[in-house]
Design a protein around this ligand. Sequence first.
Ligand code: PLP
Length: 378
Amino acid sequence: MVKKSKFIPVNVPKIFKQEKIYVKECLDTGWISSEGKFVKKFEKAFSNYNNRVYGIAVSSGTAALEIAVKSLNLKKGSEVIISSFTIISTALSVIRLGLKPILVDSDLQTWNMKPDEVIKKITKKTKAIIITHIYGFPVDMKKILYISKKRNIKIIEDSAEMIGQTYYEKKCGSFGDLSIFSFYANKHITTGEGGMVLTNSKKLYEKCKSLRNLCFGVGSNRFNHEDIGWNYRMTNLQAAVGCGQLKNINQIIKRKREIGNRYRSILSKCSKIYIQPRKLKYAKNIFWVFGILLKKNAAISRDKVVKMLSNYNIQTRNFFYPMHKQKIFLKMKFFKKKTKLTNAEYLSRNGFYLPSGLGLSNKEIDYVGKTLLKILKN
Ligand SMILES: Cc1ncc(COP(=O)(O)O)c(C=O)c1O
């Protein structure tokens, strides 16, 4: 019998000493809006970390996607290839600009968009591809990058969940024309809410910077605006937290992998679930979250497992819900009702993730893992 523990949330962030010192400095000096040295400092440090030239700090990963897509200035009706199995922010950033999202199914091992299917879905109208890395492994991007370059298709790399991850030893977020990150509280480094666009192009940098700040005019023309922008600015307070977090990035990544591998050692013999490997040929799992995928032989539904874990005070999160099944998109007729992307559907019906935050203790990991084994009776 496993004794019930206190509530274990799906995520508990870890805040270090340095963040407090930096935030106090903002409060003491009154630099609390988006003006102030920490925003630039964070942009510089984060883009350096990812081997990119420019960084544009924004208010969320969603804002970063909106800005990145808009900065490409694509003609209405252009096709943008995206994953069906991801956060809705990706599809929204495409749809809002009158572009056409073309959905791709997922791979059952990596849970990422299938590279071969991305390539098959390229047409004359394809003007951009958003490569989204999900949960632990990067997309195997080689072929996509090669073909997109040949056909002049723009690439946005969604690295929201991959801070610190590498693809063939090169940082995720350093590929493509632009990349985006999220600093929500469950990300490897957090600013509470926040995001960043990275690029090596001065032109895209200037455009993203302008879009982030309402596309203000220049000099005495300040209030005569140059395009339809947003106020997606990051505050100095948030950037101060980001600067502090970034100082601890190596320790954070190390701990994330420890959490993932500790869960793996408890759960890897269970025949009713699929859990991801420690590594593939192009990357070591970074375990942004620890995902569980029930196999067909599990003989218990995901919803039942999740409910039972919750009775043991363990919070979990279901996997993403595919874009082609979203009520709102069906109502708006973006995707056909009969669209079938069977792997994305399987993942969304049978997948969930365990508490994976940096605040998790080893004792809690063992409790969660053993409780899951007990529920699955393995
Ligand atoms: C892959 C991916 N892209 C984008 C986002 C959006 O980031 P945010 O929540 O900061 O808006 C998320 C959020 O978790 C995400 O997982």
